[in-house]
Design a binder for this molecule. Structure first.
Ligand SMILES: Nc1ncnc2c1ncn2[C@@H]1O[C@H](COP(=O)(O)OP(=O)(O)O)[C@@H](O)[C@H]1O
Ligand SMILES: [Mg+2]
Length: 592
């Protein structure tokens, strides 16, 4: 989305509305301190002409004392202004940041598939600050600058209209310059913001993959990749600043031309007696007051352009369509949910790709175990991801207890589904916090029961701080098998009627797999479960086995039926050396 400058300002300004009071107080403080500055040239003129010129030196001390007092007051107002401004600024940023974050977590999973986390992070941190910096500085500085310019212009005209006309000659250059800058800056700032996002995206990716970088000895290669992104940021910042470096002094120069012109034209006026020396000095002071805020307005314009580029990135999140939470719909499940899941001719495709699933029909009766097998990439994960509505089917429908899941609020739907995925993800907190994620209000006993059932109580109590041990980012301080068992405990505690196990034991050794299988077996009792297994031995006792190939169900039945059919499933079994595995399976069953 390309935001225009006014569109961007209007949208951001809405965030200021709740704080109009504090903004007004801030502006008042700014005007108060400004007022004292206005007095200064007048007093200077008085000191030169009437006190020094008029040789009334006894007045000098009181006038100077008054001036010092005025400066003190002026700066007290500034101090209050800065405090108000900071409060105003931080409140506005806080509001918007929370809005953006809340929106972000409610976007569909598909939104994140196409974007880098580091880039999204930059939008929530850096970009939001840039978006508001202009409004915060803008409300105060912009307001005072505009008022100053108008007031000073009025004073200048009142003092000497002819001289003022001369003094304002460079104004044309300033206006033209500002216009050119405004129209051309956006492109450069956008490039800069994208460069920051791209650099952070790589940084985040590499920090997550730090073990892989080391294992493959790719430090230098990654140094180079990072350096290129950092260089893109450096160059785009140069691009921004190079123009600013010329533009800003050029505008200052145009402003000082005004002073030169005034001295040139004003000098003869003093000698001709049409104005006093003090008047000329006072006039020059006011003129500097005129051009200084114009410089500030130029600065603000720079912030506007930067903020507008950042705003595009932030609004991209705010404008993205939220996951259809279905809150408006009043469809609910009749409790208790039995867990009767049906797929009716469901098809699905990821954005811009061919069908990942086609013509999927299945019926999982309450308490049944449905196994999904098939080569990698055949669509197993895709299929189970449709049940909690991480993605929406492009055709057909999915029902739970005869109710279309598209008619049920997401929160309610997901409340009945437990997921143990291949890569157990734990949050950076304690073991206890991670298990409680499944049911925040669970009692200590429930927690321990779940942990015991998941075969993780023993290893947890052996950890240095037991349940209060911190697991590190993504749970790095635990082994894969341990993480997996904690995530099973988490699902157990949630106690959902429908369970999804996506290759929950794919990445652990056989001994650990047995422990996990045992836990899973307990977890599956009395629940409808969808089990994706890479090791067929673990699903031989499934009520139905669905064999997927290229997004379609090519075979279905029990292990015995499919084995006898000598089709795809039988071949898969042969590959996995079924004899051995069946033996192992017998032992497994005995162990349970
Ligand atoms: N987030 C995604 N975006 C686009 N395509 C995807 C995404 N996830 C999976 N795919 C594609 O969909 C197909 C099925 O993937 P998946 O369901 O993960 O297979 P499986 O779990 O059976 O190994 C694959 O071709 C894969 O490349
Ligand atoms: Mg998968």
């Amino acid at each position: 989305m390309r935001a225009t400058t006014t569109g961007y300002l209007a949208r951001t300004a809405r965030y200021l509305l709740p704080y109009t009071g504090i903004a007004a107080a801030d502006i008042l403080c700014a005007f108060a301190s400004l007022g004292f500055y206005f007095v200064f040239p007048q007093v200077t003129q008085y000191i030169i002409d009437d006190i020094i010129g008029g040789k009334r030196m006894h007045l000098l001390l009181p006038v100077i004392a008054g001036l010092a007092g005025a400066f003190l007051l002026c700066n007290i107002f500034r101090a209050i202004g800065i405090m108000l401004n900071t409060r105003f600024e931080q409140s506005v940023i806080f509001d918007m940041r929370n809005d953006v974050y809340a929106r972000l977590t409610r976007l569909p999973v598909g939104y994140f598939d196409g974007r880098a986390s580091g880039d999204l992070m930059t939008r929530v941190t850096d970009d939001i600050t840039a978006v508001h910096r202009v409004l915060i500085d803008g409300t105060e500085q912009g307001a005072t600058a505009v008022v100053t310019v108008v007031a000073v212009a009025a004073i200048l005209f009142a003092k000497n209209a002819v001289l003022t006309m001369y003094a304002l000659i460079p104004l044309g250059i300033l206006v033209a310059g500002a216009l050119w800058y405004t129209l051309s800056a956006h492109r450069r700032y956008r490039r800069q913001r994208q460069a920051i996002g791209a650099m952070n995206a790589l940084l985040m990716d590499n920090l997550q993959g730090i073990r892989q970088i080391k294992a493959f000895g790719r430090e230098e290669y990654e140094d180079g990749r990072f350096a290129r992104r950092a260089d893109a940021l450096r160059r785009s910042t140069f691009g921004v600043m190079r123009v600013w470096a010329v533009y800003s002094p050029a505008m200052a120069f145009a402003g000082s031309l005004g002073m030169v012109v005034v001295l040139w034209m004003g000098g003869p006026m003093v000698t001709a007696g049409s104005m006093t020396l003090g008047e000329l000095v006072g006039f020059l002071f006011y003129l500097s007051l005129f051009y200084e805020p114009i410089g500030r307005l130029h600065n603000l314009n720079q912030l506007v352009q930067s903020g507008r580029a950042a705003g595009e990135r932030v609004f991209d999140i705010l404008d993205a369509t939220e996951e259809d939470s279905g809150r408006a719909r009043n469809g609910t499940f009749d409790e208790p949910v039995r867990g009767d899941v049906r797929f009716e001719n469901v098809s699905f495709n990821y954005d811009g790709r061919g069908d990942a699933l086609a013509g999927i029909s299945l019926h999982a009766r309450p308490g049944q175990m449905i196994a999904l097998v098939g080569a990698t990439g055949s669509g197993k994960t895709t299929l189970v991801n449709l049940i909690p509505a991480f993605y929406r089917p492009s055709g057909g429908r999915i029902t739970i207890d005869t109710r279309d899941i598209a008619d049920v609020p997401l929160a309610s739907l997901r409340g009945f589904i437990g997921i143990v995925s291949q890569e157990a993800f734990l949050f950076n907190g304690t073991v206890r916090e991670n298990i409680l994620y499944g049911k925040p209000d669970a009692s200590g006993r429930e927690l321990e029961e779940a942990a015991r059932a998941a075969n993780c109580h023993d290893f947890i109590t052996r950890l240095p701080e037991g349940y209060d041990t911190r697991v590190g980012e993504r749970g790095v301080r635990l082994s894969v098998g341990e993480k997996q068992r904690v995530s099973i405990a988490r699902a157990l505690l949630k106690d959902p009627p429908i369970l999804i196990l996506d290759e929950a034991t794919a990445s652990v050794d056989t001994a650990t797999e047995r422990i996990i299988q045992e836990a899973l077996q307990r977890l599956m009792v009395n629940r409808t479960s969808f089990v994706i297994a890479h090791r067929l031995s673990t699903v031989t006792n499934a009520d139905q086995i669905l064999v997927l190939a290229h997004g379609e169900i090519v075979e279905r039945g029990t292990h015995e039926e499919l084995f006898a059919r000598e089709g795809v499933y039988a071949r898969l079994c042969a590959i996995q050396n079924m004899d051995l595995i069946e033996e192992e399976d017998e032992r497994n069953k005995a162990a349970w």
